[in-house]
Design a protein around this ligand. Structure first.
Ligand SMILES: [Zn+2]
Length: 368
């Protein structure tokens, strides 16, 4: 066991090179909004008994500008998982950064390099009830496994372990209502495989009606809602299929954490009535409002993580077929994510996903 006081061994030149490769790859992957939104997604490499993993709350896209890899004693992490114990900084060789909530998953995977991304294309398949069958066709010939939804942390790691039993060569995992994991012996191999999966799972987004800028301009005039700088967001209001998908419930944890459990999807008359109370949810005024048949307006206090999550959600709904039967998160699963259920890990998830965020939605009224 590595004691806190012990200094890690100096890295060999080869290991240093591998860490730079991982940071370089992390920055590229993290800068692609179709793979990573805000601080979600995490990467790791195992070098000489040490698991180097992305820290909670860090953005992969910043990997070349700031230190974000936490070195952990791999044997110690595995022992914690076996005992079902929390992986805490006790295992960390450096203390400034906290290891990602998905550390357990990275630790149980045998491969040296592990990339976990919230691929929009993978998620668009992974929210479907018929996902395993659809993926079977598209991922034929690859060593992949379907992982039914499991809460982040040890529950997800256990599902991954179970899937690998009898199939140790598996290097692609599609996580139900969550995302994608790709593994490799080095960064180059893992990146090549990630590109191949993305190619096979690619879906062309549906076209959507243009926003009604007259209605949106009226909303903008009397309130502090602002026009989005990304046109594709309007689909959440103007596209009937997207609206129906949104009304169905929560598709994946990030949606519940950053955008709330119920989507603020309202007819223009309600938004224009200046009825603040009708827009306010339990947590205050929402980060955005989707105006039926008109488009989307953003709360000027929206955080960058909320914005990235919303752009991702619009990309997912535009890639989801009208006829697809979807698997939404169950009430208990959403409760867990939001810290009301058995696991109560919202705090951990918020720290994991958004270092900048300190509170829930602002309590002030933005439509006055
Ligand atoms: Zn994830």
């Amino acid at each position: 066991m590595v004691k806190n006081s012990e200094q890690p061994k100096p890295l060999s030149t080869r290991d240093q090179r591998e860490l730079v490769s991982l940071r370089d790859l992390s920055a590229r992957v993290g800068s692609d909004p179709l793979l990573v939104q805000a601080s979600n997604g995490n990467t790791s490499i195992k070098l000489d008994g040490i698991l180097w993993i992305k820290a909670s709350g860090k953005w992969l896209s910043h990997a070349m500008q700031e230190e974000m890899l936490v070195p952990l004693d791999l044997a110690e992490v595995k022992a914690s998982i076996q005992k079902d114990a929390q992986i805490t900084s006790r295992c960390a060789l450096k203390h400034e950064l906290r290891p990602s909530i998905e550390t357990a998953m990275h630790a149980v995977l045998r491969h040296r390099v592990v990339l976990h991304v919230h691929s929009i294309n993978a998620i668009a398949w992974a929210i479907r009830q018929d996902a395993p069958g659809q993926l079977k066709e598209r991922l034929a010939g690859l060593h992949w496994r379907w992982i039914p939804y499991a809460a982040s942390g040890i529950p997800l790691a256990r599902e991954i372990e179970r899937a690998m039993t009898g199939a140790p060569e598996t290097d692609v995992f599609i996580l139900g209502n969550h995302g994608l994991v790709v593994c490799g012996r080095d960064c180059h191999t893992a990146e090549k495989l990630l590109c191949e999966i993305e190619r096979r799972l690619a879906i062309t987004p549906r076209r959507f009606p243009r926003p009604d800028t007259t209605v949106l301009a009226m909303i903008a005039r009397f309130s502090r809602w602002r026009f989005p700088d990304v046109a594709s967001l309007h689909a959440l209001g103007t596209d009937a299929v997207s609206r129906r998908i949104l009304r169905g419930g929560v598709l994946y944890p990030c949606q519940a954490i950053f955008l709330g459990q119920t989507m603020p999807l309202l007819p223009p008359a309600v938004v224009l009535s200046r009825s603040t109370e009708r827009l306010k949810g339990k947590g205050g005024t929402p980060a955005f409002v989707a105006v039926e048949r008109s488009g989307v307006m953003l709360n000027e206090k929206m955080t960058s993580a909320e914005r990235a999550t919303l752009i991702g959600l619009a990309q997912v709904t535009q890639r989801t077929e009208e006829s697809a039967r979807l698997r939404y998160l169950a009430e208990a699963e959403v409760a867990d994510v939001l810290g009301k259920g058995a696991q109560g890990y919202k705090e951990v998830l918020v720290r994991e996903l958004d270092g900048e965020r300190k509170t829930a939605y602002p309590q002030n009224a933005y439509i006055s």
